[in-house]
Design a protein around this ligand. Structure first.
Ligand SMILES: [Zn+2]
Length: 109
C-alpha cells in the first residue's frame, strides 16, 4: 500500500464523495480503485505488445506481415518479441500464424 497525494477539482471531489458513500461505505480509496479498474477494462488495452524484434534467417518464402512484400529463402527478416502489457497497440492474442517483418517495416515502428 502506498499513500498518494493528488489534486481534484470540487466537482470531482463531490462526485467521489457521492460514489464512495453510495457504493463503498465512504471508502474513497476503494472507490478510486474501482473507478480505475473499470476504466482499464473499458479501454480493453491489456494484452500483448511488441517490445522488440529478433533477426531470423528464413528458410522458406514468406510475406512481410505489415507490407506484404515477398522474401525468398535466405533473407533476414525480423520476428516480433511479445510481452504482456498495456498499450493502445496491444493485441488480445499472439497470432498463431507466422509473423515476420521486413527491415523497412521494423524501422518504421
Ligand atoms: Zn514490410
Amino acid at each position: 500500500m502506498k499513500r498518494l497525494n493528488f489534486t481534484l477539482d470540487n466537482n470531482t471531489v463531490s462526485l467521489l464523495n457521492k460514489l464512495s458513500e453510495k457504493y463503498y461505505g465512504g471508502n474513497k480509496s476503494q472507490t478510486v480503485r474501482a473507478a480505475l479498474e473499470s476504466l482499464a477494462a473499458r479501454q480493453g488495452h491489456d494484452g500483448w505488445i511488441i517490445t522488440g524484434y529478433t533477426p531470423l534467417r528464413i528458410d522458406h518464402e514468406v510475406n512481410c506481415h505489415t507490407c506484404g512484400s515477398e522474401h525468398n529463402e535466405g533473407n533476414i527478416l525480423f520476428k516480433p518479441v511479445f510481452e504482456k502489457g498495456n498499450s493502445p497497440q496491444a493485441i488480445k492474442q499472439i497470432p498463431s500464424e507466422e509473423w515476420v517483418e521486413c527491415s523497412v517495416c521494423v524501422e518504421k515502428q
